[in-house]
Ligand binder design. Structure first.
Ligand SMILES: Nc1ncnc2c1ncn2[C@@H]1O[C@H](COP(=O)(O)OP(=O)(O)O)[C@@H](O)[C@H]1O
Ligand SMILES: [Mg+2]
Length: 248
């Protein structure tokens, strides 16, 4: 079988506060392969962000092994880590994290600037990514001149511009209304159909239903790992939505 892009083996993240111990991740193991669309779901405080931060090399586990595309990230220097993160991972955040003083094009170019590409190549790749999210004509606008949904599409373009192996999205629809959320999720699903690997973090069952695979975490432990429609809570959420739609 092909080498996983992400491989967690018995990962623990333990915070000690005085004499209490918080197990944010309590022995978590899973692998993600190329082409997957995975949602990590759980209630607030279940360990989702901790998991995402470790996958994104923004945090390190207390114990356990994390292999990113076969490389044990704990063996890397800070520079090597920054490089592998820039090349392998594209980030999408709830609050978009766009720089307000830069226009849309420069925001999308940002991750490419660290790669030593020629400016003309950075621009070409950024424009191509903006094309994919349908915002080429907004490239000279400032983020504040765009709607929330458009700003999130800019942040998706920024994640795509570097052709990352994995797109990490932490509550990407958390700041959006339900219609715009749907559009962003449909777009992520389309990216996945075109071969992109996506790991989505959410507390929202109807959002997680878009993914193909779901890992449900509770108190830092995995309590379900399988197809999205095999998770009882997601299945009943989707069913009750269909009933509501049928009643209208
Ligand atoms: N820096 C920290 N110090 C102490 N406890 C933390 C820290 N970060 C997270 N936690 C705790 O770890 C648990 C998991 O947090 P988190 O991963 O943010 O959950 P989620 O994203 O699912 O809401 C929570 O109990 C949280 O309070
Ligand atoms: Mg969180």
């Amino acid at each position: 079988m092909e080498q996983p892009l992400v491989e967690f083996s018995d990962i623990y993240k333990i915070y000690t506060m005085g004499d209490t111990e918080i197990r944010a991740l309590d022995g978590v193991s899973f692998s993600v392969h190329k082409g997957e669309f995975l949602a990590i779901i759980g209630q607030s405080g279940s360990g989702k962000s901790t998991c995402m931060n470790i996958i994104g090399c923004l945090d390190v586990p207390t114990s356990g092994t994390y292999l990113l595309n076969g490389t044990d990230v704990s063996t890397l220097s800070d520079n090597q880590l920054a490089e592998i993160r820039n090349e392998m991972l594209g980030f999408i955040f709830q609050q978009y994290n766009l720089l307000p003083k830069l226009n849309v094009l420069d925001n999308v170019k940002l991750p490419l600037m660290y790669r030593g590409l020629k400016d003309s190549e950075q621009t070409a790749r950024a424009m191509e990514a903006l094309d994919r999210v349908g915002l080429r004509d907004k490239c000279r606008h400032k983020p504040s001149q765009l709607s929330g949904g458009q700003q999130q599409r800019v942040s998706i373009a920024r994640a795509l511009a570097g052709s990352p192996s994995v797109i990490l999205a932490d509550e990407p629809t958390g700041a959006l209304d339900s219609k715009t959320s749907r559009e962003v999720m449909d777009f992520l699903a389309e990216l996945n159909q075109n071969g992109n690997t996506i790991i989505l973090i959410t507390h929202d069952n109807s959002i997680a239903a878009t993914a193909k695979r779901v890992i449900r975490v509770h108190d830092g432990k995995i309590i379900y790992d399988g197809p999205a429609d095999g998770d009882d809570i997601i299945r009943s959420t989707v069913l009750s939505q269909k009933e509501k739609e049928a009643a209208i």
